[in-house]
Write a protein that binds this ligand. Structure first.
Ligand SMILES: [Zn+2]
Length: 48
């Protein structure tokens, strides 16, 4: 079972919920972000 949730706010990649598992993350402001963009932001944060 696969349900379309929305698109990544950074790259526009489609985010799906598969069998209860979201292939991305929901931000505090309720926007969606895929794991790739999530990791890139993490790297930027660690450099600050
Ligand atoms: Zn993305």
């Amino acid at each position: 079972m696969q349900e379309y949730i929305g698109s990544c706010r950074s790259c526009g990649k489609a985010i799906y919920c598969e069998n209860g598992f979201l292939n991305g993350t929901v931000q505090e402001d309720q926007t969606l972000e895929c794991f790739e963009c999530q990791e890139q932001q993490g790297d930027q944060d660690s450099e600050m």
